[in-house]
Design a protein around this ligand. Structure first.
Ligand code: GCU
Length: 612
């Protein structure tokens, strides 16, 4: 209503004060001219595998710290000399920003900017019969609003998951334009909330495109290897807009496997397909198959690996065999240039460093990463811990906050559920042990299991200490398949040598992943083993940690914090941090620190963790 009223008031010269009657009349008028209701964005599985018209590139932009643009920037008016209208913006003559990309790293003046940013770009389109068109946004941090040809098409909250706005009713033949407002203001009731140990990069941080689909199309599908029957692929395909009885087909040409099924009233068709001779996906053999999913005129070709993951007592079984997860934690920060990572090159550099470290596993912290990272992990053979950004102390008692966390989970799992690399859905990181938090995350975990019963549920828990004993007894552990635990013996507590006399008590007979450990070091700063911030100190922490980890009987993996130094507003020690968290084994400019080689040797010689 605010927008509509603004539109009416923009017709009137700004100096006329709207009387109460006029406002009522305008409100009544506005109400009668109410546009079509804005549809909620939808999840499209494997959106990156569909032919799309990319909208990446330069977008016009207007910085809007007072949220003034909501009064009418979506109309994309242009000012020309002699114009009598009170237009006080014009995208066509404004500065541009690159999409995908956070704005913080594109303009010095935007480095710390938090607030609304307006984007605009033109595109041409030719509507087709029986065809729908979606605006696909890889991610927009944190709240975002979209208009096409001045018609509101959707809005979204959540900074790290992809979503799709149906713009079929808003586009027309020929020239069109899209306007977006992206606001990275941190919210007390956000997910994450006000404080994080990472940079609040704002903007259209991942690719944007237009995706065309038939009226009835496969919006979501899940195809995985049965845990019970060898070489049996099972799952489901959901067809949005399907007529009852619509036929669905799944084919894997390389295996000569094909099956068809009928969608029920809910649009979902159950799939069961024998796939004799299937080569299972694993870090050693990351075999991907072309899988074709057809529904009437719709067809999508995905690249899917097939494997099973489960727990047995304290073991994690990959394809039925115990595995130790030799990992590292990774932020979605671009190597060298910093800012949000969003290209294949970013992904291959980061995961290439993880492979060089000797990893078979990566913890993609603390939020769902770009699809380019997950595709690269599938290709390169790296198992993945994917994480919902329920980070530190969010508003556990607020049902709106739970709904936001669930929605982000829906988008994370719905988008990325067919990546063989992903074996763990993490519900949270380092949350305070209280009843409201436990209820919240138990609800989230149950929701994740309903969405995807084929993977393991975890979370990175805080660990308490009693003297030199570390104790893992957070009640949240009951809701998890795999216990994640964060500890910094040698950095935030004790000396590096303190690890030698630190014992552990884990009150769960479940697999444990030490999801964080480590220390800070400025690359190139050298000194003694106990000179904090030197590479030698960081290496010393790692050396003593490894012995301690081997004394934890349930330990089945580790993802030390962190592969690469990353920007954080919490890290302000001049000459050492300068706005970076320095716990990386590699500096933000790609320099490998001594600790990198300590961990690399331990992974190579398998001197840490149970031998498989
Ligand atoms: C925390 C947190 C990380 C943070 C790290 C650190 O445990 O999970 O996000 O960056 O420890 O203190 O460096």
């Amino acid at each position: 209503m605010k927008h509509l009223l603004a539109r009416s008031s923009a017709i009137l010269p700004a100096r006329i004060v709207l009387s109460a009657v006029t406002v009522v009349a305008l409100t009544v008028h506005a109400a009668s001219a109410q546009p079509a209701p804005v549809k909620a964005p939808i999840v499209i599985t494997g959106a990156d595998r569909r032919p799309a018209a990319s909208l990446d590139g330069d977008w016009a932009s207007i910085v809007d710290p007072y949220s003034n643009g909501f009064s009418g920037y979506f109309r994309n008016q242009k000012f020309h000399a002699g114009d009598t209208r009170p237009i006080e913006y014009d995208f066509s003559t404004s500065q541009t920003l690159k999409v995908p990309g956070d704005w913080n790293m594109q303009r010095e003046s935007l480095f710390y900017y938090e607030g609304p940013m307006w984007y605009e770009r033109d595109f041409t389109y030719q509507p087709k019969e029986h065809t729908r068109i979606f605006l696909h946004i890889g991610a927009a941090n944190y709240r975002s609003y979209f208009w096409v040809n001045a018609q509101k098409v959707c809005e979204h909250e959540g900074g790290f998951t992809s979503f799709n706005c149906d713009v079929t009713a808003a586009v027309h033949a020929g020239a069109n334009f899209v306007v977006a407002a992206v606001d990275n203001t941190r919210l007390a009731d956000g997910v994450p909330t006000l404080k994080t140990d990472w940079w609040n990069y704002g903007g259209l941080t991942r690719s944007v495109s237009l995706i065309e689909v038939p009226d009835a199309f496969t919006d979501q599908y899940d195809l995985h290897l049965s845990r019970r029957e060898a070489d049996q692929i099972e799952g489901w395909v959901h067809v949005m807009g399907a007529q009852p009885g619509a036929k669905v087909e799944v084919e894997i040409p390389e295996l000569g496997a094909k099956t068809s099924a009928v969608a029920g009233g809910d649009g979902r068709a159950a799939i069961a397909m024998a796939a004799p001779g299937l080569e299972r996906w694993s870090p050693e053999t990351p075999k991907l198959y072309k899988v074709i999913v057809r529904a009437g005129p719709d067809s999508i070709e995905d690249l899917i690996g097939f494997r099973t993951v489960e727990t047995r007592g304290t073991e994690i079984l990959l394809n039925g065999k115990p595995i130790f997860l030799r990992g590292i934690s990774i932020h979605g920060e671009a190597p060298y240039r910093t800012g949000r990572a969003n290209t294949d090159k970013d992904a291959e550099t980061l995961l290439g460093w993880a492979k060089e470290l000797g990893c078979n596993f990566v913890r993609l912290a603390h939020y769902p990463h770009d699809e380019t990272m997950l595709r690269a992990a599938d290709r390169m053979g790296l198992l993945v811990w994917s994480e919902n950004p329920v980070y530190w102390a969010i508003k556990w008692e607020d049902p709106k906050v739970l709904a936001k966390a669930q929605s982000e989970l829906d988008e994370e799992i719905g988008t990325s559920r067919n990546h063989a690399a992903i074996i763990l859905w993490s519900m949270a990181n380092e949350t305070p042990n209280n009843e409201a938090r436990t209820r919240f995350i138990e609800t989230e975990a149950n929701h994740a299991r309903e969405l995807d019963p084929t993977r393991l549920i975890t979370a990175a828990l805080l660990v308490r200490a009693e003297g030199h004993t570390k104790i893992v007894d957070d009640p949240l552990g009951k809701a998890l398949d795999v216990i994640g635990a964060n500890e910094y013996v040698g950095w935030y507590e004790q000396t590096p040598e303190g690890a030698d006399t630190t014992e552990w008590r884990v009150d769960y007979q479940k697999p444990v992943i030490m999801s964080e450990l480590g220390a800070g070091a400025k690359a190139g700063l050298h000194g003694g083993d106990n000179d904090r911030w030197t590479e030698e100190y960081q290496a010393n922490v790692y050396r003593h940690q490894l012995g301690m980890l081997n004394r934890i009987p349930q330990l089945r993996g580790m993802s030390p914090w962190v592969l690469v130094d990353f920007r954080s507003p919490l890290r302000n020690l001049p000459g050492i941090q300068d706005g970076f968290n320095r716990k990386g084994l590699i500096s933000d400019q790609g320099q490998k620190k001594l600790a990198f080689f300590i961990l690399q040797k331990a992974y190579k010689d398998k001197t840490v963790g149970k031998p498989e």
